[in-house]
Design a protein around this ligand. Structure first.
Ligand code: RFL
Ligand code: PHB
Length: 398
């Protein structure tokens, strides 16, 4: 605070709220294009890196990271997967994306994407304010938007041309928009995913998505020595009630006999429960405020789409801002909502479908269960259905 009590002022072109993958990638793309930006994050960098989240990157995401100049480690350490396995009735069925449509996905953790972006931002000398308290957005319906925050008790104000709301589902950006100006679409599922990370070799070379009478399970990985596993649990469940032994036992019961036998267990490094939700906010632009990533939409993790959607929003936004500043062309920014939502709803549909296909719903009657089995059976035996899964999972083109 200055002596007269007014906030310390700073100016930039684009104020980015949130230093998750969306905010950091946008910052990097703008910095590379020579557009000044400041990232304002409420937590510490270590806290941001401690959140274990996504693991699967579509080609569009890998290309975006290359464009941002942050793909060196990803190229070295990312695991290219040509397909996934679906497990039900005690049998595994491989869906070979590469053979079906010539496309792949890359296994590389969101934590590592974020770490690479943080390093690149620091190397470029771009400003990030961590541990910013009481972040608030002002006047984004006019042409002089501002973001205010407090840092160590001192008030700050950032004047800017645009605000990018990249502050996730619980952030302040979407909440700053009056209810009458936005419409939300939402579905909350009656279960969550209990996930653990362990320093153990993955049970299989590719991901296994398992549908079982006891509930869904997913075998994923971060590297050849680090595994990520999930089991579906009721919404009210608490991670603290799950010892490692209980988790491994439950996971093993949901896998096919061969996977159950070869599963290598060990102490968990992280254990947490994520609720499952589908959510879309329309539009995604409010005057000079643009929402991107989880701030605008949530998908259940079953389709591995959340991070990838955040990246595709950011690509549209970065292109729009670059067209605005470098070519004085507003068309891209004007088309932002429409372009994003087209892709968002495609991913919402796929994520909802994958979730419905593979999970146990508490209210599902015997008929619903038979239909689910029939759909799984159709899926693995129909070339057309496999192509559809492959297209959606590896990412619809932008
Ligand atoms: P993030 O990552 O939530 O980052 C938002 C940042 O904003 C900060 N923030 C604020 N900053 C300033 N002021 C405020 N008032 C603020 N409020 C919040 C937060 O501290 C945070 O640092 O959103 P972003 O950048 O949009 O990224 C989205 C992704 O994180 C998310 O979609 C994915 O993790 C979803 N997801 C997956 N996506 C995939 O594409 N592939 C996957 O395999 C995949 N697996 C997953 C997932 C998400 C999961 N969970 C835990 C929800 C698996 C799980 C279990
Ligand atoms: C993960 O590795 O965390 C992961 C992989 C695939 C999903 C969801 C999460 O569908």
């Amino acid at each position: 605070m200055t002596i007269d009590g007014s906030p310390i002022h700073q100016a930039t072109r684009v104020a980015i709220v949130g230093a998750g993958p969306a905010g950091l990638l946008l910052g990097q793309l703008l910095t590379v294009a020579g557009i000044d930006n400041i990232v304002i994050e409420q937590r510490s960098a270590d806290h941001v890196l401690s959140r274990i989240r996504a693991g699967i990157l579509e080609c569009v995401t890998v290309d975006a990271l290359r464009r941002a100049g942050v793909d060196a480690r990803l190229r070295e350490e990312g695991l290219v997967h040509h397909g996934i396995e679906l497990s039900f009735g005690g049998v595994r069925h491989r869906i070979d994306f590469h053979a079906l449509i010539g496309r792949d996905v890359t296994v590389y953790g969101q934590t590592e994407v974020t770490r690479d972006l943080m390093h690149a931002r620091a190397a470029a000398g771009a400003q990030t304010i961590y541990e910013a308290d009481a972040v608030s957005l002002h006047d984004f319906d006019g042409d002089r938007p501002r973001v205010r925050y407090r840092k160590q008790g001192v008030a700050h104000e950032v004047m800017c041309d645009f605000i990018a709301g990249c502050d996730g589902f619980h952030g302040v950006s979407r909440a700053s928009v009056p209810d009458g100006a936005k419409r939300v679409f939402e579905r909350v599922y009656p279960f969550g995913w209990l996930g653990i990370l362990s320093e153990t070799p993955p049970v299989a070379d590719e991901l296994i998505y398992a549908s079982h009478a006891r509930g869904f399970a997913l075998c994923s990985m971060r590297s050849r020595t680090r595994s990520r596993y999930y089991v579906q649990v009721p919404s009210a469940e608490k991670a603290a009630d799950w010892s490692d032994a209980r988790f491994w036992d439950e996971l093993r019961r949901r896998l096919d006999p061969q996977a159950a036998q070869s599963l290598v267990t060990g102490p968990s490094i992280e254990k947490s429960i994520a609720p499952l939700r589908s959510f879309v906010c329309e539009p995604m632009r409010f005057g000079q405020l643009f929402l991107a990533g989880d701030a605008a939409h949530i998908v259940p993790p079953t389709g591995a789409k959340g991070l990838n959607l955040a990246v595709s929003d950011v690509l549209y936004l970065a292109d729009g801002l670059i067209a605005h500043y470098l070519h004085h062309d507003a068309h891209e920014l004007d088309a932002y909502t429409q372009k994003c939502l087209h892709r968002v709803w495609a991913a919402e549909r796929f994520s909802w479908w994958m979730t419905s296909l593979l999970h146990r719903f508490p209210d599902a009657d015997a008929f619903a269960q038979r239909i689910q089995q029939a759909e799984l059976d159709y899926l693995v035996h129909s070339h057309a259905a496999c192509v559809s899964l492959a297209e959606n999972y590896t990412g619809l083109p932008r």
